[in-house]
Design a protein around this ligand. Structure first.
Ligand code: GLA
Length: 750
C-alpha cells in the first residue's frame, strides 16, 4: 500500500505489556541478503547467496534501490545464535524470531524448517491476501533441532508484495529468548472503565497470561491527579497467574479531568518490568435530554431530478414523530422515522421547518434544501471502514457497524454515511468488464437497500489507477462502467484514491494537468448518473488540490497523507490546516482524513486508539472547527461509553455542521498555545484554545487579539454550560495536548 509505511501503529498499548520489548541479550538483525524473484531452494541453509544484494532490514525495499518492484523476493538473514543467549536467560523455554511487519505476505524458514507464514500468496488456493498489519513474531522451542547454537543460522523469508512498498518494515527485527513477561498483557479497552455515582470511576485491569506456564510478579500502581499535582493512591499487588489465565483488579478514583494511572508489572523470574500509563477517559458531554432535539445538517444539496432522501436526525425519548412544515411538492416525510424522500424537479432554495415531537414536547428547526449542482453542503458525518478494518472489511462488518450506528443513536446525532473503503473488489472483472465485489460482499445492492431503508447513505471506494492502494482492482479504463455500476447499487458517495494511477504520471514534476486528468474523467461519469454521488478526492493534497478540487466537482479532498492514531500524526495533520481556511465552503471541504478514536487497527486486530482522552477532545474539536468531514474509523459495535460520549456532543457537532461552512482560522500560535476561531452562521464564534505542551497550562485569550470587544458571553461547548460574561480576556487551564472549546457571543467588533 502506498503509504502504509507511514502507519507506525500497533506499537501502542499492546506493545507495552505483551512482549514486544526485546529481552536481555537480544541480537539485532540489521541486514540480510536479498534478491527479487522466487525459488523454493532459497529456503535451504546450504544455498550460496554470496551474489545477492545486502538489504537493511526494517525498511521497505523501495527505499533501498528497488523503486518499482512488486512481486516476490527473498531475504536470507545470517546470524550466529550463541548458546550463552539461552544459558543466561531466566526462562529457557523458547527462542523468538521477531521480524516486525512484512509487506504483504511472508513465509519464514529457519535453516530450511518452515517456522511461520502470514497472509496468502497469489498461488495459494485463497489467492493473494495481504496481512501487512500483522506482526511477525515467531517462537520456536529452544530444544528445536532446527536451531544451530553457536553456528551460522539462515533465516530465509519469502516475501510477496502486492502493491505499494514491499519487504520487512516498520520495526527492527531481532532474536532473543522469550521471557514469561512476554506472555503478560494488560488489556486496556475503554469499556473497562466504569463511571460510578458520586463523581467516582473504576478502572478494571484485566491482566492475562497468554503462555502455557505459570507467571508471578507484582503490579505496582499509582493514581495521580495531574491538575492538583498529587498522588492519590498507590498500591503493590502480588499476582500469580496460572497458564492461560486472566485476573481482574479494580482501581477506584475520582471521575474528572487530569486523573492519570501508572502501572508497572515486574515479573519475578526475570525481574523484567513493563510500564503502562493511562489517562482516565473523562466524560464531558451531558446526558442526552429526553425532550426532542433536532441535530445534523441544516442545509442539504440535491440535483434537480435526482432521488432525494434525508433522514431527520433527532434525539429524545422514543417514540418520536416527525413532520415538515412547508415541505415542497414532490417530497414526503415518513412521520415514524423522519425519512424525507421524493424528487425536486426545479432548481432553487426550498426552506422548510422540521418538527419532531414526543410525549414530553417538541422541537422545531429550519432546514433548507438547495436544489442545484452542489452536494454535501455540510461536511459528511458518518463512518468509513479503513481505519478500523483495513482490507479485511466485509458485508457483515459493515452491517454490524451500521446496526450500531442506529442502536447507539449516532444516526440521531447526524452520522448518516456508511462508506466502504478498499478491500471490497473481486480479483477479476466480469466478462463484460463490470466491476464485481469479492466474496465478502455477496450483495452490494442489498447492502445499499438495507442502509437506505434506515436513512443511511452508502459510500464506496476506488482508484483511477488499475490497482487501489491495497492492490485491488481500480477503475482505470472502466470509469464509465464503474460509475454506472455504483449508481445501480445505490451508491451515494465515492472516495477516489490516486494510488497506482501514479504509474501514468511522470515520477517527478507531474503537471497540474497530469494530476487533474483522472479526476476529470470520473467527474464527468458521475455527472451522467441519475443519482447524486458525493465525490471525495483522495490524492493526499498534491498540487494544492484545494485550489482546483471545485473544478473537479470534488465535494471534499484529502489534504495530507494517511492519519494514524498517534499524537504526532494528529498534530502534524490537524495543526497544519491553517493555510487552507479560505478554500472551504459549503460543498467544498478540506479533508484532513478520518477519525482515529475508538477501536482502530487497519485490519483484523483492533486496539483502542493510542490518543489520550485529552488528545481525543482535541481531535474532535479541531476537526469540527475545520469543518472537516467526521468519518468514524472504528468498530462501532465495540463503541465504549467514553467514545460514544465524545462523538455525540450536539453542540460540538453543530460547529462542524454550521451552514456558513467557514473553516476556522488560526489567530494565535505562541508558547505552544494555539487559538483557532470559526465564524458561525448566527454571528457567534467558536474558539478552540489548544495546549500543545506536555503539561496542564494556563491559556489566555485576549478578546482584542480576535478583533472583539465588549462584554462577551462565553459558553463551554463540551460541557454545554454558560461560563458568564468575560471582559477583556478569558483564562482557562488546558490539559496537555488538550483543548478548551468555547463559543462567544454578545461582542462588538474592534
Ligand atoms: C490510501 C488512502 C487511505 C485508504 C487506503 C486504502 O492509503 O489514503 O485512506 O483508502 O489507501 O488502501
Amino acid at each position: 500500500m502506498i503509504k502504509k509505511h507511514l502507519l507506525l501503529l500497533f506499537l501502542s498499548i499492546a506493545m507495552l505489556l505483551n512482549g514486544w520489548a526485546q529481552n536481555k541479550g537480544h541480537i539485532i538483525l540489521s541486514t540480510g541478503k536479498f534478491i527479487t524473484g522466487n525459488d523454493p531452494s532459497w529456503s535451504q541453509p546450504g544455498f550460496t547467496d554470496t551474489g545477492w544484494k545486502d538489504q537493511r532490514l526494517g525498511e521497505p525495499w523501495q527505499r533501498q534501490g528497488f523503486q518499482d518492484y512488486h512481486g516476490y523476493a527473498w531475504y536470507r538473514i545470517h546470524v550466529i545464535i550463541p548458546s550463552s543467549l539461552k544459558a543466561s536467560a531466566a526462562w529457557k523455554d523458547s527462542l523468538r524470531i521477531f521480524l516486525a511487519h512484512v509487506n504483504d505476505v511472508d513465509e519464514t524458514y529457519l535453516n530450511g524448517k518452515r517456522i511461520g507464514k502470514i497472509g496468502t500468496f497469489p498461488e495459494d488456493p485463497e489467492g493473494y491476501i495481504s496481512k501487512w498489519p500483522a506482526v511477525r513474531d515467531y517462537h520456536l522451542s529452544a530444544s528445536d533441532p532446527a536451531i544451530k547454537w553457536d553456528a551460522d543460522n539462515v533465516i530465509a523469508v519469502k516475501v510477496y508484495d502486492g502493491g505499494g512498498s514491499g519487504g520487512i518494515f516498520m520495526g527492527t527485527p531481532y532474536i532473543d529468548m522469550l521471557q514469561k513477561i512476554d506472555g503478560i498483557s494488560f488489556e486496556n479497552p475503554a469499556e473497562t472503565i466504569q463511571y460510578l455515582p458520586g463523581g467516582r470511576a473504576a478502572r478494571i485491569l484485566h491482566i492475562s497470561n497468554h503462555f502455557n506456564t505459570q507467571a508471578e510478579g507484582t503490579i505496582a500502581y499509582t493514581v495521580y491527579d495531574a491538575i492538583e499535582k498529587k498522588e492519590i493512591a498507590k498500591k503493590d499487588i502480588k499476582v500469580t497467574l496460572a497458564p492461560f489465565s486472566q485476573q481482574n483488579y479494580t482501581i477506584e478514583m475520582p471521575h474528572k479531568m487530569g486523573i492519570e494511572i501508572a502501572i508497572d508489572f515486574i515479573e519475578s523470574q526475570s525481574n523484567e518490568k513493563r510500564t503502562f500509563k493511562q489517562v482516565l477517559p473523562y466524560l464531558l458531554t451531558p446526558a442526552v435530554s429526553a425532550t426532542p432535539r433536532i441535530n445534523g445538517a441544516k442545509l442539504f444539496g440535491v440535483r434537480p431530478g435526482s432521488p432525494f432522501f434525508f433522514k431527520i436526525p433527532a434525539t429524545g425519548q422514543k417514540p418520536l414523530t416527525y413532520q415538515v412544515k412547508n415541505l415542497p411538492a414532490g417530497l414526503t416525510v415518513d412521520a415514524n422515522n423522519g425519512l424525507i424522500t421524493g424528487k425536486l424537479t426545479k432548481a432553487g432554495d426550498y426552506k422548510m421547518i422540521l418538527v419532531v415531537k414526543n410525549k414530553l414536547g417538541q422541537s422545531e428547526r429550519s432546514f433548507t434544501i438547495k436544489a442545484g449542482n452542489l452536494l454535501a453542503l455540510t461536511p459528511p458525518l458518518g463512518w468509513n471502514s479503513w481505519n478500523c478494518w483495513g482490507l479485511s472489511v466485509s458485508d457483515e462488518k459493515v452491517k454490524s457497524s451500521a446496526r450500531a450506528l442506529m442502536d447507539k443513536g449516532l444516526v440521531d446525532h447526524g452520522f448518516l454515511y456508511m462508506n466502504i473503503d478498499d478491500g471490497w473488489e473481486a480479483t477479476k472483472r466480469a466478462n463484460d468488464s463490470t466491476i464485481v465485489p469479492n466474496e465478502k460482499f455477496p450483495d452490494m445492492k442489498g447492502l445499499g437497500d438495507f442502509l437506505h431503508s434506515n436513512g443511511i447513505r452508502f459510500g464506496i471506494y476506488s482508484s483511477p489507477g488499475p490497482r487501489t492502494c491495497g492492490g485491488y482492482l481500480g477503475s482505470y479504463k472502466n470509469e464509465a462502467l464503474d460509475a454506472a455500476t455504483y449508481a445501480s447499487w445505490g451508491i451515494d458517495y465515492l472516495k477516489y484514491d490516486l494510488c497506482s494511477y501514479t504509474e501514468f504520471m511522470p515520477r517527478r514534476n507531474s503537471s497540474l494537468e497530469d494530476n487533474q486528468k483522472p479526476y476529470i474523467l470520473m467527474r464527468d461519469e458521475l455527472k451522467k448518473q441519475s443519482r447524486d454521488i458525493v465525490y471525495s478526492l483522495c490524492q493526499y493534497g498534491w498540487q494544492d488540490v484545494w485550489k482546483w478540487g471545485p473544478e473537479m466537482n470534488g465535494n471534499l479532498w484529502r489534504t495530507t497523507g494517511d492519519i494514524e492514531d498517534s499524537w504526532s500524526s494528529l498534530y502534524r495533520i490537524g495543526f497544519s490546516q491553517a493555510r487552507l481556511s479560505e478554500y472551504a465552503s459549503p460543498g467544498r471541504w478540506n479533508d484532513p482524513d478520518m477519525l482515529i478514536v475508538g477501536m482502530v487497527g487497519w485490519g483484523e486486530n483492533l486496539h483502542p486508539t493510542r490518543l489520550t482522552p485529552y488528545e481525543q477532545y482535541t481531535h474532535i474539536s479541531l476537526w469540527s472547527l475545520l469543518s472537516a468531514p467526521l468519518l468514524l474509523g472504528c468498530d462501532l459495535a465495540k463503541l465504549d461509553p467514553f467514545t460514544l460520549n465524545l462523538l455525540t456532543n450536539d453542540e460540538v457537532l453543530a460547529i462542524d455542521q454550521d451552514p456558513l461552512g467557514k473553516q476556522a482560522r488560526q489567530v494565535l500560535n505562541k508558547d505552544s498555545i494555539q487559538i483557532w476561531v470559526k465564524d458561525l452562521e448566527d454571528g457567534t464564534k467558536a474558539i478552540g484554545i489548544f495546549n500543545l505542551n506536555n503539561d496542564f497550562t494556563k491559556a489566555t485569550v485576549k478578546w482584542e487579539d480576535l478583533g472583539l470587544k465588549g462584554a462577551i458571553s462565553v459558553r463551554d461547548i463540551w460541557q454545554q454550560k454558560n461560563l458568564g460574561v468575560k471582559k477583556g480576556e478569558y483564562t482557562e487551564t488546558v490539559p496537555p495536548h488538550g483543548v478548551h472549546l468555547i463559543k462567544v457571543s454578545g461582542f462588538d467588533k474592534t
